[in-house]
Design a protein around this ligand. Structure first.
Ligand SMILES: *Cc1c(COP(=O)(O)O)cnc(C)c1O
Length: 355
């Protein structure tokens, strides 16, 4: 077996869930576990998040997996149903749905459900992706209120710019104009809004990335926000090279040494989900010591500078990201965000969870 493994800390998940509660003490928490729980494994993550008030996913199949594992909390389908027959599964597994376009209302009106359900009616507050316009919204609300298949309505929106300091002001003006004086609960906040837009917390918050211990805000480190990394992607050195000034490492010879350099070859590449665009200098740790990658990431391997790590040898533990190397710093070096790296860990990497 190659030495690569993704360790998952259930204790960190519990800690981050408690941290959401500290930020938004009055709100109920819908833990977003879409995209295989941001790459952590749906059921692994659910174990650490078992105290949550609700879960949110995209596909009925994910909701069914949670039900079959014994979770009895509300489970929200974040994009609702994609076709009317999926309402049968919604009914059978007692799921909550988002309604974000008018056709979904017609499907709901025509369905034969065994019991009425909870519906989150989504307002487009300026992102122009999903949701009813402020003009359409009141009529949709009235239609749902009159629908025998609807037990409870929650008014919902999703922010385009909650990660920017004043980024929700305009959206909140729209929200207030549409939702004021309605008797229903509200769900507005993603992780960035949970952290820095307290005026959006309302009744149900929908954190995703912060549960996994990465930051939703570019200039704020997860540790500053009181979050702990859940995933540690770890591998080991499988070969050592000593190169002289003028010699290069890897495809394209992108790194050329300017002095004698000791190079560790690590069993992790882009086929494991490590970003191919991570340039020379991307942070990485060997035997607990911070250092840098060298040259181009290949499919199964990457190179690391161990010149100043004298105890580095074949078998030395390498942390690609986790407690010593924040995933957000690797992401920043590679021109992306922590979300994408966590989601991209591939199926050939074994997962182990602990604590
Ligand atoms: C993914 C998602 C979230 C969670 O977003 P984070 O930035 O990961 O906190 C919340 N709400 C909706 C509708 C989403 O699609």
């Amino acid at each position: 077996m190659r030495p690569i493994v993704a360790h998952l800390s259930l204790a960190a998940l519990r800690h981050n869930l408690a941290q959401v509660k500290r930020y938004a003490p009055a709100a109920k928490i819908i833990s977003v576990v879409k995209a295989n729980a941001y790459g952590h494994g749906l059921l692994n993550a659910a174990q650490g998040l078992s105290e949550t008030d609700a879960f949110a996913v995209l596909n009925p199949s994910e909701a069914i997996a949670l039900r079959e594992a014994g979770y009895t909390q509300p489970i929200l389908l974040l994009e609702g149903v994609f076709a009317p027959e999926q309402l049968l599964e919604v009914d059978r597994y007692r799921l909550d749905i988002v309604v974000h376009q008018v056709q979904q209302i017609a499907w709901l009106q025509q369905a034969a459900l065994s019991a009425p359900i909870r519906v989150f009616l989504k307002l487009d507050s300026g992102m122009h992706r999903l949701g009813l316009s402020p003009v359409e919204y009141p009529q949709a609300l009235a239609a749902l209120a009159a629908c025998a298949n609807v037990r409870e309505i929650v008014m919902m929106t999703h922010f385009a710019n909650a990660d920017i300091v004043d980024g929700v002001e305009q959206a909140m003006t729209t929200v207030e104009a549409v939702m004021a004086n309605q008797p229903y609960a509200r769900s507005l906040a993603n992780s960035a809004a949970v952290i820095q837009q307290p005026q959006t917390h309302a009744d149900w918050v929908r954190p995703g990335i912060m549960l996994y211990g990465a930051s939703p805000i570019a200039d704020q480190h997860a540790s500053m926000l009181g979050l702990k990394p859940v995933m540690t992607l770890q591998s080991a050195i499988i070969a050592l090279q000593s190169i002289q000034a003028g010699e290069s490492v890897g495809y394209g010879s992108l790194f050329t040494a300017d002095q004698p350099t000791k190079v560790g070859i690590v069993a992790c590449g882009y086929a494991d989900g490590y970003p191919r665009h991570a340039p020379t200098g991307t942070p990485i740790a060997v035997n607990g010591q911070l250092t840098r990658t060298l040259g181009r990431v290949s499919m199964d391997m990457l190179a690391v500078d161990v010149t100043d790590i004298p105890d580095a040898t074949v078998g030395s533990i390498v942390e690609l990201w986790g407690e010593q190397v924040p995933v957000d710093e690797v992401a920043q070096a590679a021109g992306t965000i922590g979300y994408e790296l966590l989601c991209a860990v591939t199926a050939r990497v074994p997962f182990k969870h602990y604590g």
